[in-house]
Design a protein around this ligand. Structure first.
Ligand code: M6R
Length: 610
């Protein structure tokens, strides 16, 4: 949720940290701060409320300077966004810390530390950690030992980076439940919540495992695991080009990411499908044997990734005939569940660091299942490391908080998986070939939809004054409608709900009047006629309809019916293509409303806390 970055170098680190924060701002953006050490004086610290640019301005006015530093961009959990609650937090004027995560037992520790005479200046859970380390430092005299002892007292999730003015040659970092990556440089080293933060300075990374504690110096990296054993963590190279994380000619990351979809969908198919079939080995060496055993699929995810899972349920049950359940991770993890031994536990996550999804996976492991499959976009993420099988989506870095290309590449990967599972369950070669051929057409069809952007942008003007919107779909288009509603609400702040169109008359129809735009995804499929009857129900109540349909669906524009004609697509691949106009619609409504498209209020890209 928050972003942390750190550097130890011969050169001045202020610029490296600031650029790192800018790149991490998608993780949180209500305040930002930095602490730098020069080896002579006490810790120099700057903290500002608001976005990283406020911190940049403050630092420009009174620069920090030094060769060791840590920095943070915050998404508030404990305590409002304020300068006092912003990180780095300090104990005295020589010890500073940045933290991503949540310390669950902070109240208890706070009382204990107060009784020891420590004074608290913030409402954060993080401040207990810095005082706890200081308390240990006074006894043990070494920063590494002080951090190692302190973390044994912490319950919850954390990635920490700690520096002390009396030991200005190194920082101590650790992780438990929150991501942390080490960037390996030449004569300098770095840490961050995400590789993207460090791409201007390195493309070589080490991923810390849960429970790891590391001592980072200019010329050495020493990592100990939870048991205290010295361990090697493999160094891997960042796979995407550095400019994948830049906005380029686009006004917003979200728009850039929407337009990248033809390319990244294709990349996600590469090496996994031939002209007419899926290559199950591309899902992993053990995939063939494993899929043979699967009798049930349990999908777990949050937000947009959950909607991808909802679409996949239609595919898995339709094509493979295998029962499939889908549940949001935050619910699944807190209820008693029954998991059969031959269940494939499928977690979908763009970031691979979503706390609820990871917790659900860890819990389900205790209950036992056949295997865990991850559909994920971030190599080396916790989810990838903790799963038996992995299908990496090839979306590249997704910076906009509103997920777009991650969703359509998840759908692509899920369709490939569904076909592989279906083949084990008697899907005919003809049907497989028919769907794989349709999948090959998707990148082109998405490009055709992107060409309709002008028309959709014009349509978006009709939403600017609205306060509510209804999204309708049937069958596998219902989750597409849910995703459309999520996009609209998260970036334009218009209240939006999605319904399976058949449910309209069971309640939501009461809401329909001229002030309630009704957006419908209506490809010509087996549900088209039924859907059209639902549209008539809306029209009869004076509702204004915005319909995305193909020519064959034969929905005619009339008064109060606006139709955007989409390409004709295969019924199975239609959810991927029909998602795109809804992304464009939300984007243009948000731009017209003047909201912060890439960093909508109250949200963060990667939800690594509960
Ligand atoms: O990284 P994940 O896919 O696990 O994230 C799950 C949700 O937080 C995420 O999809 C969220 O709903 C999107 N930002 C919405 O656009």
């Amino acid at each position: 949720m928050c972003g942390i970055v750190g550097a130890v170098s011969e050169r001045d680190v202020q610029g490296i940290l600031l650029e790192g924060l800018r790149r991490l701002e998608y993780r949180g953006y209500d305040s930002a701060g930095m602490a730098v050490l020069d080896g002579k004086s006490a810790v120099q610290r700057a903290r500002e409320v608001g976005k990283v640019e406020s911190l940049a301005a403050a630092i420009e006015a009174s620069p920090l300077s030094g060769h060791l530093g840590i920095a943070h961009t915050r998404w508030a959990t404990h305590g409002e966004p304020s300068q006092l609650n912003a990180h780095p937090h300090m104990s005295g004027d020589r010890l500073a810390i940045v933290h991503n995560g949540i310390i669950e037992n902070y109240q208890e520790l706070r009382e204990e530390l107060k009784a020891d005479g420590f004074e608290f200046t913030s409402q954060t859970d993080t401040e207990v950690v810095v005082h706890l380390i200081e308390k240990n430092y006074r006894e043990l005299g070494k920063l590494y030992d002080a951090v190692k002892t302190a973390v044994t007292r912490l319950r919850g999730a954390y990635a920490l980076a700690v520096v002390h003015a009396d030991e200005p040659e190194h920082m101590v970092v650790c992780r438990e439940g929150s991501p942390l990556v080490i960037g390996v440089g030449i004569g300098e080293n770095f840490i961050a919540s995400d590789q993207l933060a460090l791409l201007p300075v390195t493309d070589r990374f080490m991923f810390l495992e849960e429970g790891d504690l590391a001592d980072i110096r200019r010329d050495s990296i020493e990592i100990h695991d939870r048991e205290g054993a010295l361990v090697d963590r493999a160094v891997s190279r960042f796979e995407h080009s550095a400019d994948a994380a830049e906005k380029g000619e686009y006004r917003h990351y979200m728009l850039k990411e929407i337009h990248e979809q033809p390319r990244v969908i294709k990349a996600t198919m590469e090496g996994r499908v031939t002209d007419s079939r899926v290559l199950e080995q591309a899902l992993g060496i053990e995939a063939g044997e494993l899929l043979q055993d699967v009798r049930h699929v349990q999908i777990i995810a949050c937000g947009t990734s959950y909607h991808a899972g909802m679409v996949a349920r239609y595919w898995i049950e339709d094509l493979a005939g295998v029962p499939c359940s889908v549940e949001v991770a935050s619910e699944f993890r807190y209820r008693k569940h029954v998991i059969q031994k031959d269940t494939l536990f499928l977690c979908i996550s763009q970031s691979g660091e979503t706390a609820d999804t990871l917790a659900a996976l860890r819990q389900a492991k205790k209950a036992g299942f056949r295997a865990a499959l991850a559909i994920c976009n971030v190599p080396g993420s916790s989810l990838v490391r903790e799963s038996d099988l992995v299908i990496m989506t090839q979306a590249g870095p997704e910076i906009g908080v509103a997920s777009t290309k991650a969703f359509t590449t998840q759908l692509t990967a899920l369709l490939i998986f569904s076909l592989a599972l279906a083949r084990k369950n008697g899907l005919s070669a003809e049907r497989e070939a028919d769907i794989v051929k349709a999948l090959h057409l998707v990148p082109g069809q998405v490009s055709d939809v992107l060409a309709l952007e002008g028309e959709i942008a014009e349509m978006s003007e009709r939403f600017v004054e609205k306060n509510h919107a209804l999204f309708l779909g049937r069958g596998s288009q219902f989750p597409v409608a849910m995703e459309g509603a999520l996009k609209l609400k998260e970036i334009s702040y218009i209240h939006a709900e999605a319904y399976p169109a058949g449910e309209l008359k069971h309640g939501p129809l009461a809401l329909v009047d001229s002030e309630m735009p009704v957006i419908t995804v209506a490809p010509n499929n087996s549900m088209a006629e039924k859907l059209k009857s639902n549209l008539e129900e809306v029209r009869a109540r004076g509702g204004e309809l915005f319909v995305f349909a193909d020519r064959a669906a034969n929905v005619k524009p009339e008064e109060n019916i606006h139709v955007v004609q989409l390409p004709e697509v295969h019924e199975i691949t239609a959810p991927i293509v029909y998602t795109v106009p809804l992304q464009l619609l939300s984007y243009h409504v948000a731009v017209l409303k003047g909201t912060d498209v890439d960093q909508p209020r109250n949200l963060a890209k990667s939800v690594t806390v509960e």
